[in-house]
Design a protein around this ligand. Sequence first.
Ligand code: ADP
Ligand code: ZN
Length: 521
Amino acid sequence: MKRWYCGLALLAAGMAVSGGALSLTANGSAALREALGHGLVTVAVIGLILCAMLRPKAMRADAVAIGSDAAAEGCAPKCTFADVAANAEALHSLEQLRDYLVQPEKYSRYGARMPRGVLLYGPPGTGKTLLAKALAGEAGVPFYALSGSDFLEKYVGVGAMRVRELFKKARKSGKCVIFIDEIDAMGKRRSDNSSDERDQTLNALLSEMSGFHSGEGVIVLAATNRLEMLDPALLRPGRFDRQIEVGLPGKRERLSILELHSRNKPLGDDVCLERLAAETVYFSGASLENLLNEAAILAATRDEAAISMQDIRTALVRTIVGADRESTATRAERRTIALHEAGHAVATKILMPKHRLTRVSILPAGRGAAGYNLAIPPERVMLSKRDLENQICVLLAGRAAELLILGEDALTAGASNDLERAAETAAAMVTELGMAGEPAVSLKALGRACGNAGDSAQRCRELLAELYQRTQRLLGEHVEALGRLAEALLERETLSDEEIAAILGDLSSESQKSTKTDGFH
Ligand code: ADP
Ligand code: ZN
């Protein structure tokens, strides 16, 4: 049997790549914590482009390769802080380090000790490697780059030897920047079952870092997206004693990244980067760069004079859900897909009116989706209980629409991913967030401490059943709108935000009286 699922899940997966999600990502509670806690606070930071910064006159040096097979990244010596948009806090910190690398005497006169190691942490694609390269480029010193996984070897002692080799070479060159990407691969918290090889590698790194003087001008930068996994010994003074969060860009930061990366691209008059910045919530710097590049390729393929907004829109959909493909579904299957997607869309419009539903489609997209909803979430710092409930309802609405219109015997496997993600969200609400039943109890922590997580599975089922009923009632009340949208999808296959709005009318204001929506309170 061909296994298809709907694109609502896909969307979250796609968004997860860029660090966040419309609703919750598939990997559950860690992502949930990110979404609920500090993870999105960076949205408020104002981004700026540091383009006017002067480069020191010192000669720029190329990156130096280390080891025979563990290849070091070649660094573009041209790379400077002007190539980094946003990340104001990290840039400020690195400016200081640049100053120190260029004139260490200034700092030693004051008896100031510079950090030996700086840890950059945050989601992938936010510019951590770029920042490290830019520091070396600015200071005009060699750049040694390796990934933590390069040090992991089958034979005990080889990784440790590599570490010593790296530091030896680096120190020979005098001042330099050493960059260790994915340091969590080698610097995981040591535990009873950790391997000898990893322990030795980590110990070698710790002793090398304690071994050089702060006056030597060697700065070690490391990057990770899992700070909590690191061995505490790495974070002690004299090691990575400065830690800088490199978070996902907020709207203004996204605009400055887009401006930076469109400088060498001919943009058509209709391109509005501001609008694009607003629509790319949770995109990382790398995804934004990739988006513009995809759009440029589209324009070049068609020999256009400039990149149009349409190119960018097509690229946006492609980067999130993959390219649209011809449908091979039968008539009956298309009807089911249309109803299923219309169910998600109607529920999104009513329960999450702040989300911009930009595209609903029954065309298969990349990665095996039979159809999809593309909704842009509002910029948020935290998700509330109501938000999470609404997300579950939206996830369940595809299945609810199938059941409501087609009946139980016609149910398909298309909802499998929706159901999985709804269950994960419910489990987080019940076991970690105290959002179902006891408001002050973390069943997960209790389970760890007492060896018994209680009746969490049963509670999750009750919560899901309740939210499912809520969703069914909601769709039942709007069954005409559901039918209208499904018909339109069958006819036109893909609908834009304007078309969806015209078909559905203003469902949200009509139902706001009786329904709890995601409006900010
Ligand atoms: P990370 O190391 O955090 O995974 P990278 O530094 O490898 O991310 O980023 C990959 C690419 O994304 C960069 O080379 C750059 O083109 C783009 N990019 C990411 N963040 C930024 C930013 N803040 N400003 C400009 N470009 C960025
Ligand atoms: Zn679905």
